[in-house]
Write a protein that binds this ligand. Sequence first.
Ligand code: NAD
Length: 454
Amino acid sequence: MASTKDIYLVIGGSGFVGRHIVEQLLRRGDNVSVFDIVQRYHDVPFYSGDISDQEQVSTALRRSGTTCIIHTASPPAGLNDPALYWKVNVDGTKAIIAAAVQNKVRKLVFTSSAGVVFNGNSLSNVDERLAPPERPMDAYNESKQKAEEAVITANGKDGLLTVALRPAGIFGPGDRQVMAGLYKVYEDGKTHFQIGDNNNLFDWTYVENVAHAHLLAADKLDTPPPAPPFSTLENIPLEAPPLTEAELEIITRPLPPLDLTVGRRCIPTSEARPLGPFVAPPPNAEQLVAAFQDKRTHPEGRPVVRTRFDPLSEPNIFRAKFDNPDSTPLQVAGQVFYITNGEPCYFWDMPRLVWNHLDTMFPGHRQKRGYTVLSASLGLALAFGAECWGWLIGKEPALTKFKVTYSCVDRWHNIEKARRVLGYEPQVSLADGVQRMVDWWRTEYTSGTHKTAH
Ligand code: NAD
């Protein structure tokens, strides 16, 4: 925990993630203000402004007495406006860093995105060693990548400590993107279409878990590193020095089982592949479940055994220290962390779970029918046609190459570093999170918002 209580400014605090962060800070009695271009809530001091204007950010920092900035602001993904992404995410983030330095703010927590490492190819269990691609998927991810780089580079400059969190697929109450999109498909009667074979795993993160990770990062940002960064030594060692007691404690502590929805850790290997919680059981389901339950293969609290391929193995910790002599991968400052629910599921399982919940709200809306499965290549061909047609008539196509790619590849991330270094554990499972999101949606719907055809 921080030794003295911080004063927080949540930038983008009127948004989905920002609001949950504000609520969690308020719940634990912290002093928090919001900076945003729009005001949606009135329970905390609000500073109206644009992050690309350094002076506006600086004024808010000075007036609020901020010691810790949590920066969640960004235009939404999916806009066809690269210039806006650059102005807000890249220039805006740099303006925040400059204003923070100007006002001697000590801490900056940045909401990056798991998308910064996605280039359209499958990513399975990737960890923080994977460098962002030279050609990100789109202008949004490119701008997030550059913003993250600026944040990490600023660590240690003029006393500022920085950290970047990379959440994946955020959902929950207050979300306007995932739920609205899934509801539209439901409303349009298109839930029986499936692109790809649904054997690809995808990461989701419940919004309160994301907010929780931000608070942990803020609290631990000034925790001293468990070993001196190489830049503080007289000579940078050419061979790995022995790990310190503090480092060993971080990497050898047994972690509790991760998967909250099915109650045990899912390890997607051929012998113990996770059943997405909501798929029809395959013929060998019994065998798979038995593999999960076998205490000999997955005993809780088993000793941690590492190989040289493991991100937190000694050679890789050494390599990371060598690559970034100002930080170590086992400290918070200057580091990036993936944040997910730790329960990757087959891509179409999550939308289907949401649609099944909607069936209880709108009985009879959906007819029982089989799935129409389009292969990824057919999906890409259709998207190409739709994009050309959309370009001709000047309309955004409903099906795009990005959407097809997104639904057909594996995209899941290793969160062990966040669990060990931040002490992050997902608090709310995928299943409970979806239930909470749909309950919120039901309230919105019954109060008249989003009411359409039913
Ligand atoms: P959101 O759109 O709900 O919230 C963003 C907030 O930023 C909004 O309140 C908006 O008004 C504010 N904002 C935008 N431009 C601004 C500017 N120029 N100056 C000041 N404020 C500005 O988005 P969200 O879903 O809460 O996302 C929060 C962060 O999480 C973003 O940085 C996003 O890139 C990141 N992220 C989101 C997801 C997701 O699935 N939603 C996934 C990964 C990362």
